[in-house]
Design a protein around this ligand. Structure first.
Ligand code: FAD
Length: 457
């Protein structure tokens, strides 16, 4: 090969700049982000407030003091998994590109295609071991504040006056010993911060007219673990997602009655008594709750309930991030973000992995992380801040024109593969294999058509 060609190739392949990067969170997103950043030559510190890797997949039998998960003074339990939870994606779709999620001796002993949560945790622990990620992790260390270093963040990306266009961050963290916060805070300066804190911990609650006078109990699915507490109870579940489907099925054998209130019935779903379940009914939205214990649904039917179980999803929540208002969470939109990752005015020094919803998470996190690592090293270039901002504004305008509510900004499903392909192209690597895309859509079809049995087909 001619020397000039080799030079060009090396220019393309070799990273040019090694940075000191903080990754916040050691769930699946943080683990793969840490690996990609280190592979690219950056020095990496991973902050994890829990005592193990795995994030949401580290099942916690304990629940929070406030069953609704609203009290800001509560001790937060990160994981939202229930004891019986099995994946809703087949394991073939949950592996990272070079570390397939296969059953085997190093796992939990659950070879099923849609395994239980322990198998996923064992997989993530295996991944962390294989790529020696734990050595980068500071466990039991909660990030309490991420802020721009003095003089940074004036919006032009050249804030610290060091002449190289870098912004720097002060990351303040607090260490726990034996589960108790020591109060000792640590401060460290980083060139880049990658936020990987997940978005399935802060409950979203349904608003119900009259609820303050209603005498029953309320709980969010974040604090649901097992069906026993619902024995002989009349339970109203709100939501028609996967958690509501799983939990309503699981409590039906022990509860007296189960009423599921759903916003928009999927095609083929008929309201009324659920076939095959003598004590379960599907209803439209809740109209109001009454002082006499009744929950009234939009079609006039009602149930005298003991408990309302909110299976209403979660909110993005990034309380530690201080960017002088450059990035905010507004009606569940984290923004403005270029491609759900970089805030244009702080790019590439601040980024997010894992915001998109209704996707194939692990492979997507890997692609996002690969791109971030390469952008930080200078191997990939971003458009100008102005161009990124225009792109974000156009994207928001398109959502609005299509009638997509702001709160669904990061929800993908159908558009996700365009996004994968775009990221893969930026990284110069192959996108998600075609068979995986097909398997994803086939899986959704089976889930919708046969929600009670699709995992064991
Ligand atoms: P998390 O796994 O939540 O990890 C975030 C980490 O950040 C945690 O370890 C947390 O302790 C840490 N952290 C948070 N704040 C701080 C802080 N301030 N300082 C330090 N550390 C912090 N996905 C699938 O692929 N397949 C499935 O079948 C599937 N089923 C699901 C079922 C349920 C009920 C839920 C809720 C989610 C499911 N998911 C599933 C989605 C799942 O959330 C993602 O797969 C993925 O695990 C999210 O990873 P993450 O790293 O983004 O977040």
């Amino acid at each position: 090969m001619a020397p000039a060609v080799v030079d060009n190739l090396l220019d393309h392949l070799l990273p040019t700049q090694s940075l000191h990067a903080a990754v916040i969170g050691a769930g699946s997103a943080g683990l793969v982000a840490a690996r990609e950043l280190r592979r690219e030559g950056h020095s990496v510190v991973v902050y994890e407030r829990g005592n193990q890797v795995g994030g949401i997949w580290a099942y916690a039998p304990e629940t929070e003091s406030d069953p609704m998960g609203c009290d800001p003074a509560r001790t937060v339990v990160h994981s939202s998994l229930y004891s019986s939870l099995r994946t809703n994606l087949p394991r073939e779709l949950m592996g990272f590109s070079d570390y397939p999620f296969v059953a085997g001796p190093a796992r939990s002993g659950d070879p099923r295609r849609f395994p239980g949560h322990s198998e996923v945790l064992a997989y993530l622990k295996g991944f962390a071991r294989e790529f020696e990620i734990e050595e980068m992790v500071r466990f039991d260390t909660e990030v309490v504040k991420v802020s721009l270093l003095d003089g940074n963040g004036n919006g032009n990306g050249n804030g610290n006056g060091n002449g190289n266009g870098l912004i720097q961050w002060r990351v303040k963290s607090r260490k726990k010993t034996d589960g108790i916060c020591s109060g000792d805070e640590d401060d460290e300066v980083f060139d880049a911060v990658v936020v990987c804190t997940g978005h399935h911990t802060e409950p979203q609650i349904a608003e119900i007219p009259g609820i303050d006078a209603w005498p029953g109990k309320q709980i969010h699915s974040h604090n649901y673990r097992t069906p026993e507490p619902f024995k002989d109870q009349v339970v109203v579940l709100i939501g028609n997602g996967q958690s509501s489907a799983d939990i309503s099925r699981e409590i039906a054998p022990v509860a007296k009655e189960v009423h599921v209130s759903i916003r928009a019935p999927a095609e083929g779903i008929v309201l009324g008594q659920r076939p095959g379940f003598g004590n379960t009914w599907l209803h439209p939205m809740i109209e109001c709750a009454r002082e006499d214990g009744a929950i009234v649904f939009a079609d006039g039917t009602c149930a005298y309930a003991d408990v309302i179980l909110h299976c209403t999803g979660y909110k993005y929540y990034i309380p530690f991030l201080e960017t002088n208002g450059i990035v905010s969470v507004d009606d569940n939109r984290v923004g403005p973000l270029y491609k759900h990752i970089f805030p244009p005015l702080l790019a590439p020094w601040l980024s997010f992995v894992g915001l998109p919803q209704k996707v194939i998470p692990f492979p997507l996190f890997e692609l996002q992380s690969n791109w971030i690592a390469g952008v930080l090293s200078g191997r990939f270039t971003l458009p100008s801040k102005k161009e990124m901002m225009e792109e974000v504004e156009n994207f928001y305008a398109e959502l609005e024109a299509a009638g997509v509510p702001k709160r669904l900004t990061h929800t993908m499903t159908k558009t996700q593969f365009e996004y994968y392909d775009w990221l893969a192209e930026q990284c110069g690597i192959p996108g998600l294999e075609e068979w995986k895309k097909q398997l994803f859509f086939a899986g959704i079809e089976s889930l919708v058509a046969r929600p009670d049995t699709y995992r064991d087909e």
